[in-house]
Design a protein around this ligand. Sequence first.
Ligand SMILES: Nc1ncnc2c1ncn2[C@@H]1O[C@H](COP(=O)(O)OP(=O)(O)O)[C@@H](O)[C@H]1O
Ligand SMILES: O=C(O)[C@H](O)[C@@H](O)[C@H](O)[C@H](O)COP(=O)(O)O
Length: 169
Amino acid sequence: MKQANIIVMGVSGSGKTTIGELLAQELGRPFYDGDDFHPAANVAKMAAGHPLTDEDRAGWLATLATHLGEWEAAGGAVLACSALKEVYRQTLQAGEQLPLTWVFLDGSRELLEARLEGRHDHYMKASMLDSQLTTLEKPTYGIRIELTNSETPAQVVARVVAELSVSAT
Ligand SMILES: Nc1ncnc2c1ncn2[C@@H]1O[C@H](COP(=O)(O)OP(=O)(O)O)[C@@H](O)[C@H]1O
Ligand SMILES: O=C(O)[C@H](O)[C@@H](O)[C@H](O)[C@H](O)COP(=O)(O)O
């Protein structure tokens, strides 16, 4: 049965992958990481410390939009995707028939920086945080989760699940 996809969004380090994976497990849905769909040139650019432009992101977002339509038809998935600007979110929505469910992980600069500095073996370094925050246009709809230093990923996911059930009623 067709079901809306859930997109876990936010800047680098906000926990999209960690929370998205656990949320998908909890809901019994497949999980996809938007990072896995970036062309190699985008990854190389970010790894070299250069923010992506709208043009760099266009093909990536179009690919994701196509996949979202397929995943929706297959029963709905959870996608971790930065989706920083409103126009990017509109591109993603265009691939889908039902309204996407947005989960925005919102954290302070300090929290995000600490998370990025604590994460190793990832091409995206903490030095990219400022450009990510400058690009971010916070959504005024969907579920917003304010991140704290004390909550475990499982606790964050429990909050998301509770909010999802409220928005479903
Ligand atoms: N609730 C949490 N508490 C503590 N650390 C977390 C939490 N959620 C994620 N992290 C850690 O923060 C870092 C960034 O998380 P990650 O899922 O890679 O974010 P993103 O995919 O948005 O870049 C990782 O090292 C991850 O283990
Ligand atoms: O649009 C972008 O600038 C990227 O999608 C970016 O937001 C994303 O954060 C990187 O791909 C790094 O991956 P992580 O989010 O896993 O750090």
